[in-house]
Design a protein around this ligand. Structure first.
Ligand SMILES: *Cc1c(COP(=O)(O)O)cnc(C)c1O
Length: 436
């Protein structure tokens, strides 16, 4: 049996005190809800630092991290080249509110990586990217309806907080309070992987749909890959009805391949939203696509969109450094092989412990559901054994393996993970599953 390296007893006294203190002045004690371990019997560890595949909490516990900041840290934590780029940029000033060449370099890397992106605008979060893309789609088509899929998360803007998966899936209602019905009514929600439902929506609203917004690989209801022909069907329906196809590649962009799910599955979107990885761990995101659509943005066109810190020099430096490494090293095969080894080990561990488990994957992205049924949409994901997951999660955490605190999240690998990390994780999962 492999023991944790620096301690073999989990403590959380300091984190509990820190959580108490935070809860007095921050709603729920956190600045993004999923961090609060809401549905779980323990509070979150407070982080002290992170390096490579590991994070360290203020109680001195060490964890192998499979959250990777919910996706961005594909090179592992505190990668030397990214850290260097950030320090160098900070020395030259932290924000100018004026254009820099580094932003153009980043935009060129994105347009080179994505066949369908001719022009791209930088923003500061995935939420902003998707919110701006749908405004643009509505303006371009002069239509109002947006189609989204149940369980797909597209950030927290009003139109898209309807059956939104991820953090919301852990609460009693998968949609948010405070969203005006007049706005929610403009969003049509369909089950993921259901081509007939998309056809029916177009039949009912033939010339009213501005765009279909989808995560090409759903990764906020656990990982659910698209079934064969699903994305092609949506693509063709959009083309035939003059609607825009909007891929939310905030997770899949630069994760499945340099050119995201579009390269991986060979499909072009009209508009693409990027975030997470393209910030290299700093707040940067982007949306881009066909030049004729993007040219409708201010200052050239009538669609307003802006940001004081958009293209911020430090975030842009982290983004450029991260993408430079991904472009030079293309670590996707290596990540996928590592992912397959981990999936095989977890599958075997579950079988040996007589636990039902379905693993879904695309590229290096994967997630485990405690169920013996296939998981192809949000209701399938919600039907998996959540109580079993909670016990598994807590024991894994207390044994030094940091998974996302929800079955509705992916397992993220980084180039900072080693074969030893994978072996240790499989061994720990074996021990934990035997006790469930
Ligand atoms: C995380 C995420 C977003 C929102 O990005 P933020 O930077 O958190 O605003 C949007 N879409 C998808 C698919 C995401 O996973």
């Amino acid at each position: 049996m492999v023991l944790m390296k620096n301690n073999n007893q989990w403590h959380n006294g300091k984190s509990n005190a820190a959580f108490e203190r935070a809860r007095r002045c921050i709603p729920g004690g956190v600045n993004s809800p999923a961090r609060a371990f809401n549905a779980l019997p323990i509070g979150p560890p407070f982080v002290e630092s992170a390096k490579g595949s590991k994070i360290y909490d203020i109680d001195g516990n060490e964890y192998i991290d499979y959250v990777c900041s919910w996706g961005p840290m594909i090179l592992g934590h505190a990668h030397p080249a990214v850290k260097e780029a950030v320090i160098k940029a900070a020395e030259k000033g932290t924000s100018y509110g004026a254009p820099t060449e580094a932003e153009t370099e980043l935009a060129e890397k994105i347009t080179n990586a994505f066949h369908s992106i001719q022009k791209v605008r930088l923003v500061s979060s995935g939420t902003e990217a998707v919110m701006s893309a749908i405004r643009l789609a509505r303006a371009y088509t002069d239509r109002q309806l947006i189609v989204k899929m149940a369980g797909c998360y597209h950030g927290h803007s009003d139109s898209l907080l309807v059956q939104a998966g991820s953090g919301l899936a852990q609460t009693s209602n998968p949609s948010s309070a405070g969203v005006p019905t007049s706005i929610a009514e403009k969003t049509i929600v369909l089950p993921f992987n259901d081509t007939e439902a998309v056809k029916a929506a177009f039949a009912a609203h033939s010339d009213e749909i501005a765009g279909v917004l989808v995560e090409p690989v759903a990764a906020n209801m656990g990982v659910i890959p698209p079934e064969p022909n699903y994305l092609e069907t949506i693509h063709n329906l959009c083309t035939n009805h003059g609607s825009l196809l909007i891929f939310d590649e905030v997770i899949t962009g630069f994760r499945l391949a340099l050119g995201g799910a579009q390269e991986y599955y060979g499909i072009d979107a009209d508009l693409t939203c990027l975030g997470k990885i393209i910030g290299g761990g700093l707040p940067a995101a982007a949306f881009g696509g066909r030049a004729d659509v993007m040219d409708m943005l201010a200052p050239d066109g009538p669609v307003y969109q802006a940001g004081t810190l958009s293209g911020n020099p430090i975030a842009t430096a982290a983004a450029n450094a991260t993408l430079d490494i991904l472009i030079a090293e293309k670590p996707y095969k290596v990540l996928e092989e590592m992912s397959r080894r981990l999936q095989a080990g977890l599958t075997e561990a579950a079988a040996d412990a007589d636990l039902p488990m379905t693993i879904n994957s695309a590229g290096s992205l994967f997630s485990c559901f405690f169920t013996d049924k296939p998981v192809r949409n949000f209701s399938d994901a919600q039907a998996a054994d959540i109580e079993m997951f909670k016990k598994y999660f807590v024991k894994m955490l207390q044994s030094g393996i940091y998974l996302a605190p929800s079955i509705f999240e992916a397992i993220f690998l980084s180039t900072g993970h080693s074969g030893e990390d994978i072996d240790q994780t499989i061994q720990t999962a074996r021990n934990v599953m035997k006790d469930l």
